[in-house]
Ligand binder design. Structure first.
Ligand code: F0G
Length: 391
């Protein structure tokens, strides 16, 4: 794939660690920024002020490809024979597609045995990754894979890998490009392991330092209520970057309490079902630099937000709906103004988790959001009756 076709590597002057002939690319980053007035209305913004950044349009269907092209490139540069990751589903799908198509290394992915969406699991299996389903959740799987990689000399592709974040910076370059380099007021992003939010902060720090932008947007990181470590620590306990020295005692005692209570992350947005975000410290830095806020939203709010993206755009997976739900909440709280220009990052494709979508529409959302399949007899007259009813 030509380097300038990639939405990541056409910005390679801003991620200058890789010689051109070592770059591993499958044409990632051909994504789209789309204005949505129906979602703007739902969120409570003035017409024209809400944008959706569709990262689900990447080859494996999520934003992860932006980072995985960079991590795969670095793995190739250091001659890795094998790479691994733990995943709630999208990281594994992404790593698997890079390994499967380029054959530079073999892949082992660790997933939890809980809620991984079948769209994602099926990708890892189809692309040929050895898939270990750990009896535990994502946090357990990540702990194991880090230990395994260290012991066995396997290349680790989770977002603790700094090259992942280098690639993910380009999401912000493309957003700015879509806005003719006019800086928006807000970037709203779901928070799981906090790789994206950290990468976005780094992107803005560097762009400002280079004089390519003169101000930075505010950053809003949105947790699911059932996986809200960042929200709890940043908003409730006042944890902050503090010049590079966030309160280590506070973090330690928070996690200790979590262990004592055996508190597990739990949300229908399985992609962000994470209680121990590895990029916590880097994200605090991004929040500090971008005058950021953190919010938590319920599963119902996430699914309602997702349904609005489906009704007024290309759709997204549940975790991505958190950004729309978070923007709505911040608007209701008066923190986002109606005239602000807001970009919601949609991290994963609509088809990643079809069960969640069908269950939502067949369940009991607010009637204005519902679009359940209509049962009808296998009979021409009956079908016509239903159609006439709708018309
Ligand atoms: N949205 C989607 C669709 C995701 O898959 C993830 C993370 C996030 C948001 C959160 O992003 O970690 O940068 O804060 N998924 C990882 C995975 C954990 O294993 O696929 P983050």
């Amino acid at each position: 794939c030509p380097l300038d076709y990639s939405g990541v590597w056409r910005f390679r002057q801003l991620l200058p660690f890789a010689p051109d002939d070592q770059i591993v690319t499958i044409g990632e980053g051909q994504t789209l920024l789309q204005q949505s007035n129906s979602v703007a209305k739902y969120v409570g913004l003035n017409e024209g002020q809400l944008y959706l950044q569709y990262e689900g349009l990447n080859p494996s269907g999520s934003f992860k490809d932006n980072g995985m092209t960079a991590a795969s490139t670095h793995a190739r540069m250091v001659g890795a024979k094998m790479a691994a990751c733990a995943s709630t589903g999208n990281t594994s799908a992404s790593l698997a597609i890079y390994a499967g198509t380029t054959k530079h290394f073999k892949v082992i992915v660790f997933v939890g045995s809980g809620k991984i969406a079948y769209g994602k699991l099926s990708q890892a299996l189809d692309y040929g990754a050895t898939t270990l389903q750990i009896q535990g959740d994502f946090d357990d799987a990540l702990k194991q894979v880090r230990e395994v990689c260290k012991t066995a000399g396997i290349y680790l592709c989770n977002s603790v890998n700094p090259f992942r974040l280098e690639g993910q910076k380009t999401i912000m370059y493309r957003v700015l490009e879509g806005l003719n380099w006019e800086v928006p007021d807000w970037i709203v992003v779901p928070g799981g392991n906090l790789g994206n939010s950290s990468a976005f902060g780094k992107a803005f720090m560097e762009l400002k330092e280079l004089g390519l932008i003169d101000r930075v947007p505010r950053l809003a990181v949105i947790n699911a209520q059932g996986a809200n470590t960042l929200y709890e620590l940043h908003e409730k306990h006042g944890l902050c970057w503090n010049g590079g020295k966030p309160d280590a005692e506070l973090i330690k005692s928070f996690y200790q309490k979590m262990d004592d209570e055996d508190r597990r992350a739990s949300t229908l947005a399985s992609a962000i079902e994470i209680n121990r975000p590895v990029n916590l410290k880097k994200c605090l830095r991004a929040l500090d630099f971008c005058d950021g806020v953190v919010r938590e939203v319920s599963d119902d709010e996430i699914l309602d937000g997702k349904s609005q993206v489906g009704a007024g755009g290309f759709g997204c997976e549940p975790a991505s709906g958190a950004s729309v739900a978070g923007a709505k909440l911040l608007r209701e709280q008066g923190i986002i103004a109606p005239s602000d220009r807001v970009v919601c990052i949609l991290t994963g494709h609509q088809l990643k988790d079809p069960n969640a979508t069908v269950n939502y529409h067949s369940g009991q959302p607010a009637p204005e959001f519902q679009n359940a399949p209509i049962p009808v007899e296998n009979d021409f007259e009956k079908i016509m009756e239903v159609i006439q009813g709708i018309a």
